[in-house]
Design a protein around this ligand. Structure first.
Ligand code: GDP
Length: 301
């Protein structure tokens, strides 16, 4: 089920509450069953869904017992709707503030992720995003593994009018990353984005390389670029990267496609790491800033 369908189903479940003459445990259970089924169909982790159900029930029960409903059905409905809304927000909010780049100093952002997830595209989108907001931005292509990676960076950075650094001859990604970051720091760039190699699988070699690049460029923030269309596999992938690269933020790409999105959402909870942007298309400006509450509000329409 794609994300828009999830929104529709959640919305339908919540509005069914308005038609119920009384809000009792039976009505709440039926509602939660619908909400949980919709989340599961969207690939949200089964444990997270079970925990959401339990938390909503506990909250509603405490509210009713505390007299928050004051016996009125409309109040009871509001209590239930708010509890579900808040728990949906909790699903995508690990309660951790992501790093915020500051002007007038170098902010090094390192992007990691498997090949094809949209890392190179996202690096350019990020550079454009910050450049538009007055940060002098640039990209360092430290991907020496994939033939054509530097060409891709060169083309998209040129199109985006963003400075870039890379090499056709140097084969050591750590050396390129270090040189590029040193050069751009000297030239007083505010946002320096380092694009690393992505392999097809979670190979140990890829992780070692990331760790070495990280040691060389000391990023202020490491971002995991995660493809929404990989479904439940997102969780395991995020786990593997967290163990070796310890990223501090997630960007979920391809949210415009037929992605279910729930797998990527679960990766937030599993790694306790915030999503900072969503990739919503192939173009340079197709990057939406992410915030938990507006995301759930929009999802519910
Ligand atoms: P990398 O191997 O991780 O660097 O991935 P690329 O940046 O080369 O992207 C792989 C493919 O995904 C390309 O065809 C991109 O245009 C596409 N892509 C990246 N981000 C998005 C997105 O947010 N939405 C859509 N629809 N496609 C995307």
């Amino acid at each position: 089920m794609v994300l828009a369908d999830l929104g529709r189903k959640l919305n339908a479940a919540l509005s069914s509450l308005n038609r119920a003459p009384v809000v009792d445990e039976k009505v709440l259970d039926a509602l939660l069953k619908e909400v949980c089924a919709a989340l599961l169909e969207s690939d949200v982790n089964v444990k997270l869904v079970a925990s959401l159900r339990q938390k909503v029930k506990a909250k509603v029960k405490a509210s009713f017992e505390g007299g928050a409903d004051k016996g009125k059905e409309t109040n009871r409905k509001t209590v239930v709707q708010k509890a579900i809304f808040d728990e949906l927000v909790q699903l995508v909010d690990p309660g951790v503030e992501p790093y915020k780049p500051k002007k007038g100093q170098p902010n090094v952002i390192m992007a990691v992720g498997l090949q094809g997830n949209g890392k190179t595209t996202t690096c350019t989108k990020l550079a454009v995003y910050y450049q538009k907001r007055g940060f002098k931005s640039c990209i360092v292509c430290a991907d020496t593994f994939r033939a054509g990676a530097f060409d891709q960076t060169r083309q998209s950075a040129t199109k985006a009018k963003v400075a870039y650094f890379g090499s056709y001859t140097e084969t050591d990604p750590v050396a390129i990353a270090a040189q590029g970051v040193a050069k751009f720091k000297k030239e007083r760039f505010d946002v320096i984005i380092v694009d690393t190699s992505g392999r097809h699988k979670q190979e140990s070699e890829l992780f070692q390389e990331m760790v070495q690049i990280g040691e060389a460029v000391k990023p202020n923030m490491t971002v995991l670029v995660l493809d929404a269309s990989i479904g439940q596999a997102a969780e395991a992938q995020a786990h593997a990267f967290k163990d070796s690269a310890d990223f501090g933020a997630i960007i979920v790409t391809k949210m415009d496609g037929h992605a279910k999105g729930g797998g990527a959402i679960s990766a937030v909870a599993v790694t306790k790491t915030p999503i900072i942007f969503l990739g919503v298309g192939e173009h340079l400006h197709d990057l939406d800033k992410f915030a938990p509450q507006p995301f759930i509000s929009k999802l519910l329409g």
